[in-house]
Design a protein around this ligand. Structure first.
Ligand code: 5CA
Ligand code: ZN
Length: 412
């Protein structure tokens, strides 16, 4: 499917240092050392409701990665999916008496508009689960033929992946089996289902049910794909056997990313599937993770309709570190608006402290595991000095403008 339209990203003088990033598997900050093109797969939305600030924060995180890589001289191949068929989408469509396809198309269109407003560089490939079904079904058949999957013998036609076929299962999330079992039950899995060989085995293919859409699975029979194999298949098809980053929010670490990596590794024999597993913190409201199922949502589109500048929203989200679970509050929004206004005024100053100095410092902060709070503080200090008449570099305001545009996605 089509992605959204991108904006021109200004080029900057010289090049940025290589990006160092926290890897969930190794639990430490490690150099991301891609060879060009750098490859990144990020888990996108399940389009049953509008884009909220949590989605926005995660998309902004990986946008910072793309900007850091490009500024370090790398070409970037970025793929994102849309889970345009899954239980939550069907449940919402049924609840509202709506066609699930219409719901998915509408919310995906809104997501694109929101991404454009937030100046997120679009992925090279924006791919739906539905359009990937033939490739997914082929992978499920391959796993079955390989003995890494099995069909439940209860007549449903449901196919499961055997985690016993993935000897290093758990290396990504570093969780105990008990923790995995609990999270699996909370996040779409079915550890207690009868007939499974291991409670942790994830669903690969759901046989057709009355009243549910189904697609031809060849030997699998009609059905629809499981969630984890969707992302494994899309990433493998477009980015190759080993990718530089598998990303998403930290709610996806287990089971989703652990299982999709296990599927990919079993299919290709290449391990690890991703050199870096990168997870953004959860944005919460009133002490709870913002989620469609909880309904405590602040929508990006609603904020746009209320006249809040998307650049202020972006600055608000960047004021916290991407890995931290953090709250969205009115104060965060107001601080974003004030900062944006201050930066705009400062960018119009006749001169300021060295633009090259600011660029180098911002690059260093962002190279250090995307330390956006530090980058914002550096620009704040530059703006304060420029507004106080300090510094005599007449080219600095223009370079400051280019720096925050290219590296933070903030158009002044
Ligand atoms: N379609 C799947 C991924 S394949 C999915 O998780 N969809 S989603 O709509 O629930 O989330 C889309 C992206 O936003 C995922 O990367 C998810 O981890 C992230 N996300 C969801 N809620 C939040 C939140 N409250 N804060 C930060 N990121 C979030
Ligand atoms: Zn995913």
């Amino acid at each position: 499917m089509d992605a959204w339209t991108g904006h021109e990203v200004p080029t900057l003088p010289t090049t940025a240092p290589p990006l160092r990033l926290y890897d969930s598997a190794r639990r430490s900050v490690q150099p991301s050392a891609p060879t060009s093109p750098a490859t990144m797969y990020v888990c996108g939305i399940t389009p049953y409701d509008a884009t909220h600030l949590g989605h926005a924060a995660t998309m902004i995180t990986f946008d910072l990665v793309q900007r850091a890589w490009r500024d370090a001289g790398l070409e970037v191949r970025y793929v994102q999916n849309v889970t345009d068929i899954d239980d939550p989408l069907l449940e919402r469509a049924n609840r509202d008496g709506e066609d699930w396809i219409v719901l998915a198309m509408r919310e995906t269109a809104l997501f694109r508009e929101d991404m454009e407003a937030l100046r997120i560089i679009p992925p090279a490939h924006y791919v739906g689960a539905v359009e990937s079904i033939p490739a997914i079904a082929a992978h499920v058949r391959e796993l079955l033929a390989d003995g890494a999957a099995y069909t439940l013998d209860d007549g449903t036609g449901d196919v499961y992946f055997a985690v016993s076929a993935a000897p290093s299962f758990g290396y990504e999330s570093n969780l105990s089996r008990d923790e995995m079992r609990t999270l699996s039950a909370e996040r779409g899995g079915d550890p207690d289902r009868a007939g499974k060989r291991d409670p942790l085995d994830p669903l690969l293919w759901r046989g057709a049910r009355d009243g549910e859409p189904a697609w031809d699975g060849g030997d699998l029979g009609p059905g629809r794909p499981g969630w984890h194999i969707e992302c494994a298949t899309i990433a493998l098809g477009l980015l190759g056997d080993t990718i530089d980053i598998q990303g998403g929010g930290n709610d996806l670490l287990y089971p989703h990313h652990e299982c999709s990596a296990a599927h990919a590794e079993r299919l290709t024999g290449a391990s690890p599937f991703a050199r870096h597993y990168v997870h953004a913190g959860m944005i919460g409201l009133d002490g709870e993770k913002m989620s469609k199922s909880k309904g405590n949502l602040v929508f990006v589109s609603r904020q746009r309709a209320d006249g809040i500048d998307p650049m202020a929203v972006r600055l608000g989200l960047l004021s916290g570190h991407y890995r931290a679970d953090r709250e969205w509050t009115d104060d965060v929004r107001k601080a974003g608006e004030q900062r944006l206004a201050r930066w705009r005024t400062a960018a119009a100053a006749p001169a300021g402290p060295s633009g090259e100095g600011l660029l180098a410092a911002v690059r260093e902060a962002l190279a250090d595991d995307l330390d956006s709070p530090a980058a914002l503080a550096l620009v704040d200090a530059w703006a304060e000095a420029a507004l106080a008449g300090a510094g005599d570099d007449p080219a600095a305001p223009a370079l400051m403008r280019r720096t925050v545009d290219a590296r933070l996605g903030i158009r002044l």
